[in-house]
Design a protein around this ligand. Sequence first.
Ligand code: NOJ
Ligand code: CA
Length: 597
Amino acid sequence: MRAARAARTAAANQQKAGFTVHEQASSRTTASSDSWWASAAIYQLYVRSFADGNGDGIGDLAGVRARLPYLGKLGIDAIWFNPWYPSPMADAGYDISDYRSIDPVFGTLDEADALIGEAHALGIRIIVDIVPNHGSDRHPWFTAALAAGPGSAERSRFWFRPGRGADGALPPNDWQSIFGGPAWTRVTSPDGTPGEWYLHLFAPEQPDYNWSSPEVRQEFEDVLRFWFSRGVDGIRIDSAALLCKDPLLPDVAADAAPGPSHPFSDRDDVHEVYQAWRAIADSFPGRMLIGEVWLPDASRLARYVGPGELNTVFNFPYLDCPWDAPALRRVIGQTLALNAPLGVPATWVLSNHDVDRVVSRYGRPDTSFALDRRPYFHSLPVDLQLGTRRARAAALLTMALPGSVYVYQGEELGLWEVQDIPDELRQDPIWARTGGGDPGRDGARVPLPWSGTEPPLGFSPAGAAAEPWLPQPKDWRELTAAAETANPDSMLRLYREALRIRRAAAAFADTPLSWRDSPDGVLAFDRGEGGDGIRCVANLSAAGVPLAPHAAVLLASGPLDDGLLPPDTTVWLRVGSGGAGPAGRAQPCEQQDQGYR
Ligand code: NOJ
Ligand code: CA
């Protein structure tokens, strides 16, 4: 944080002194070797849906560059970009055909270099997404494997096997694709006869790499160096627990738990990969690795982080947790207990591009989430007003926790899950591969509303040739960045203020959390001590609760009710009397006005 602050000040001074962004870009530096990620606020940017610079209805790097000042003003420390590489887009870029370039629909490598430099000049770091479990069926390695035939070195980079049964007509084992259907697809030999099968834990267009192959290991290590050398500050690792497979490819028992005896999930040898990657990351100053690891067993999850392993992992138990005080307290406690002994910062995540948006989740009678139960969640009624109120409260609860926080684009605008996308416009392979049984993830990926009152709501420039790649709800006219900037009660203004205080307050720097006694349904904890300390109180109960004596209200997610903290509301309090404010100055009542009015 301190480093981020220093970088921001340095960047501001450089701009005052007349540096141009391109001078910054060409230096390809990162700001410091500090562990900046330990308490950073990281914005997840899904390029396809962020901002369209050239009017083709798809977000691109030109759109991102034009909106960097928005992100600077939001107050984030880093951006995680979902994959931006050349891809046939069978899974929105998670099927990569070239790991060292940019898809033409998004822009060019030169533009990416410029963007990295411009972001750095604003004190914003860059994390890119690497997909090591699988590539694209158009990747030159895979087309070479198809051409080379059975038993070839080219095929050994993937999992090709003959089929079972008469004429090899059955898949080599019973593994199922995470996107639905079998995890195996049969190829056709050059003479037109059916050939071997290849493994894909996701869509058929995403063949799994064979991580027993030294060539595969070498290639990805080079890819890491490629992006670190260009100045990126971190790597997000996709499907990080799935890379290594049992080479015997046995059937998987229906109830097999991830772990050393599972044929493809959380096998022990995957750690060799990350140990090598950590050594590479550490050879560049200030670089980090964050893993996408969905594992139910906390002790297994812990094996992915710490010295010599990944720097952090996403906190999916927190994301999945219902809006329920005991459940949240349990997850928060378990997270801190898991990370602290390893010296690893916690991460806090409310949403991402794979899950339902929080405003909708919290507006349902069941506020939990699970990837494999989306059809059930979409069958529930949604109260958007209630969901928004809870999402505001959850934002302040989350941002008060020690560690880093991830903000998925649009979360800061309070966007909801778009559940009524016409079937013929749905793009997610999950929708097609489950025969429409699972609506998929499109509803969380609808292009952002920036301004105006009619679609494309500023997402594409005026007079754009194409409509946004997914339709935007008309009602999002009230949730545009422009409308919310002008509205002091908006979600955007709440996020900006919360991020500002979070960055400035000494109590939020690297202090531990201490729980306070609180009534049922209420979470209360302190960060920091004495005049600088901040207390966070979140009321998840059905009744208003009195607030203990305090010196000032720094920020509230909703209006207080005659001294009571209403249901589904979170407040940040200055507890010590006459303490210094978030910026280190005395903090009189005016600060109270910056909360909800
Ligand atoms: C996890 C990513 O977040 C998701 O979007 C993607 O479809 C799968 N991994 C496969 O790459
Ligand atoms: Ca575009």
